[in-house]
Design a protein around this ligand. Sequence first.
Ligand code: AMP
Ligand code: MG
Length: 344
Amino acid sequence: MVIRNIFSLTCALLLLAACAKSGGEEQVIERAFYSMGSEMEFKLYCPQSAKCTDAVNEAHEEVQRLDYIFSNYRDDSVLAEVHLNAEKGPVKVPREFIELTRRSLEFSELTGGAFDITVGKIFELWKKAGETGNAPTKIEIENALKCVGYKKVNLFPKRGEISLNPACVRLDYGAIGKGYAVDKAVGILKKFGIRRGIVNFGGNIYALGPPPGKDGWVIGIKDPLDSSESMIEIIVREQGVATSGDYERFFEIEGKRYSHIIDPRTGVPSTGVKSSTVVSGDAATADALATAFSVLHESESISSLKRIEKLMPLDVFIIRGDSEDGGKFLSDGFKELVYYRDGH
Ligand code: AMP
Ligand code: MG
């Protein structure tokens, strides 16, 4: 996914002053920082640039704090501590850990287990296979699946504790954490009174209010077969947007490409969906559901869509590689977001 015009190539962080353009009473400020393995990019409308700078600095601190909580790359994260101590019983965790885990478990319920943060053990197995080049055996998959399943996680919100049963369960927030971080950053921007802007964190987007005089932010959705091209454009405001797909991150095993999104129900990388884009009310929901729609089979995705859209805003665009009709599915709500430059 690309945001059109969000950053001109010449607009590096050091050239900020030069990049601040006048937008009526407000200035357009473009900023970025690196965290969680991706760049978080901001395009904001601010009455004074100092306010945007302070807001982005606070957002940076917050995202670093979330990384320290949820990272599965750091030995000193709260997540690492949970895994280390799971054997001994419930582990005390910060409020955000309970919050994001609770939401993740709800998304598992809503998607019939297609989205599942307990995918860690099986994900590690496929990741290792990608490194060695040898596919996991059936037995290895069966063994890893014993440590997978969202019902194996118990939360005790009042005590601020989590338990994993069995203790071999490995949590992985990779499919929701960036979206969640975007929402937290947006909360900080709003606290600073920033109402217009857009945030992009590795393809997890939240669009605040639109630029002055515009109806929304135009976002291009990449063609999974040629990711240098935008396939369609949509226009959004006060919405979260995310795309999941197998075209950017994948494992290569015995000459074959496998998706980095695993079907937790079978323990095998998902097949069929080339890309799925979700627009919802917040970025964490869009992130989680875009991953889920990459797993769900065609008939399952229609029934899930119908069920979930009764509960929350949900517009989806799915491209299947295994369909005879070119495989593009746009929900009715998504069709209304499509942006036609010539007005049609
Ligand atoms: P995303 O790019 O948001 O679709 O997230 C993909 C990442 O989430 C993977 O790299 C894994 O770390 C993790 N993951 C893989 N499959 C699943 C799944 N079915 N449910 C939840 N997380 C998953
Ligand atoms: Mg996701």
